[in-house]
Design a binder for this molecule. Structure first.
Ligand code: ADP
Ligand code: MG
Length: 523
């Protein structure tokens, strides 16, 4: 990839000078945007005045601009910490296409290129540099960053620092220390998803107790929220079919919790005469790309998908988002449901609720964060195999463990692999795949009671997920205004006082929302 900063025009320091006087002019001349979105200007002013902040705005609402424009208006570089290596390139490409010298430094690029970029950074060739927090483990990077002037530190996806959040990354815990190492630059932490508890925790972990918190943009008055108590699968399909028919021809996404359910639901809808596409993580990249393109271009309008679908998808006219199963957290729910009606037109978010679906998430949670008993059981089998490398993978190991076991005690390969990862972290085993064959290497003789596994951590993660699911259960089984509940969850003050007037609860809980929509439009 060409480094934009090598272009001399872009190195001209005067290019960004007018910005200091007017953020508006920079907004149009650099970014080509007409106006600020809600909150952006306030955040930028705070940042430029050296005020540390936490910005909570939904996905797609334009958080990046909050640090990108101040970055352009200031001397030195803005260092952006992001956990998602896969998304850094897109962000940097978007900036360089606007003529802003930006780059990322991560493990996806070769050593030579990394070194070039570090020199570029030291030579002042970039305004914005994206890195993952792990980058600070590299001495060469720390040396280089020590030589540059930092304008701002932006911490994207800041909820990753909180163990109470849904996406904790241990590497984020080092950010307070990293910030100190950088000389306490003005910091802007950003997230789409933070309860008030997580918001407090982010600032505590970053050691920024005095930071200003900005929460914007969670209110979505054009979205109608409905929770439908479904008695059975057939009941769920029936409700989806009637809703989709009401919006016939308009784009709709049906989210399911598992790949298997995506396939089942797609089949059911197909047999109801609806033409559907399906999307999940078990499909090949090219299949998924094809489906996504066909959906974006309107080849079909009804898509059944797991939560693998949606990241970075920018389709503004989705009229219906239905959740066939309850999601695992309000964060996930609002992100997925929030993909409806981006164009501001009336759209419908339906959550199908059946208490039994809670079990799916409980199962996910147990598989991802295995219990002490499970890890110990697996260690006992592995340690009996003896030191050295064995040609076995998580699937065969699960089969071995499941012999003579029925029902709840059974493990699947996913759960076994999660447990193996804990043993790997403790240095007891290593595992991988070579030439298509799985292998596990047993590396020590530890007694079961001496295993170096962070049991408290596993338990805490399970508890956090239980709590997040509990909040979804409260939304689904509760009888309060849906939008009000969601806004309170994000610590965002609603503009209404007596309910949003646009949800199943506010509209008197009709059996079907259609009656309700008629009722509201008459009023
Ligand atoms: P977030 O990080 O909050 O999910 P992004 O920063 O990625 O959102 O922005 C989402 C999209 O909105 C991007 O394509 C961005 O260019 C665009 N955008 C941001 N601010 C504005 C604005 N003021 N006017 C028009 N488009 C904007
Ligand atoms: Mg973002």
């Amino acid at each position: 990839m060409a480094i934009a900063a090598r272009d001399t025009k872009m190195n001209d320091p005067n290019r960004f000078a007018p910005l200091v006087d007017s953020l508006e002019s920079g907004l149009s001349s650099i970014f080509g945007f007409e106006s600020f979105r809600i909150g952006q200007r306030d955040v930028m002013e705070a940042t430029l005045q050296g005020v540390n902040s936490l910005v909570v705005m939904p996905t797609g609402s334009g958080k990046s601009l909050c640090f990108q424009l101040p970055a352009c208006a200031s001397d030195g570089i803005t260092l952006v910490i992001s956990p998602l290596i896969a998304l850094m390139k897109d962000q940097v490409d978007a900036l360089t296409s606007k003529g802003i010298p930006a780059t990322f430094i991560n493990s996806s690029i070769g050593a030579r290129e990394q070194s070039d970029r570090l020199f570029g950074m030291e030579a002042g060739a970039y305004k914005i540099v994206y890195v993952a927090p792990e980058r600070f483990r590299s001495e060469r990077f720390c040396d280089a960053i020590a030589n540059v002037k930092i304008a701002f530190l932006a911490i994207d996806e800041a909820h990753c620092i909180s163990q109470w959040g849904h996406d904790f990354r241990p590497d984020y815990l080092r950010l307070a220390e990293i910030r100190a190492q950088l000389g306490h630059p003005t910091t802007i932490a950003l997230t789409a998803t933070a309860t008030s508890q997580v918001q407090r925790d982010i600032l505590a972990q970053l050691n920024l107790p005095e930071a200003e918190i900005f929460v914007y943009g969670f209110e979505r008055p054009n979205l109608f929220f409905e929770v439908y108590d479904a008695r059975s699968k057939g009941d769920k399909i029936g409700r989806i079919v009637s809703l989709v028919n009401e919006h016939s021809g308009d784009p709709a996404i049906i989210y399911c919790a598992t790949r298997k359910q995506v396939e089942e639901v797609a089949q059911e809808l197909d047999s109801e005469g609806l033409s559907v596409g399906l999307y999940h993580g078990g499909m090949t990249d090219s299949q998924r790309e094809q489906v996504q393109n066909d959906f974006m271009t309107g080849m079909f309008t009804l898509l059944v998908a797991t939560n693998a679908f949606g990241m970075g998808v920018d389709k503004s006219d989705v009229r219906v988002i239905a959740h066939y199963n309850i999601p695992g957290s309000i964060e996930a729910y609002y992100q997925e449901a929030g993909r409806a009606g981006r164009d501001g037109l009336d759209s419908h978010c339906l959550m199908l609720f059946n208490y039994a679906d809670k079990g799916i998430h409980d199962f996910f949670n147990e598989q991802t964060y295995p219990s002490k008993e499970t890890v110990e059981r697996i260690w006992e089998v592995l340690s009996k195999m003896g030191l050295g490398t064995h040609n076995i993978g998580s699937r065969q190991l699960a089969d071995k463990l499941n012999r003579n076991k029925r029902g709840k005690g059974r493990l699947n390969s996913w759960g076994v692999e999660s447990a193996m990862r804990q043993l790997q972290r403790g240095g007891h085993i290593d595992f991988g795949t070579r030439d298509g064959f799985d292998w596990i290497a047993v590396q020590d003789f530890a007694r079961t009671r001496d295993l170096r596994v962070d049991w408290d951590y596993l338990k805490r993660r399970r508890d956090v997920n239980d709590d997040l699911l509990g909040d979804v259960m409260r939304l689904a089984s509760g009888r309060e205004c849906r939008q009000g509940y969601l806004l309170r969850y994000f610590n965002s003050a609603p503009s209404f006082t007596n309910g949003c007037g646009n949800c199943d609860i506010c509209c008197g809980m009709p059996e079907y929302a259609k009656a309700c929509l008629l009722y509201t439009s008459d009023a």
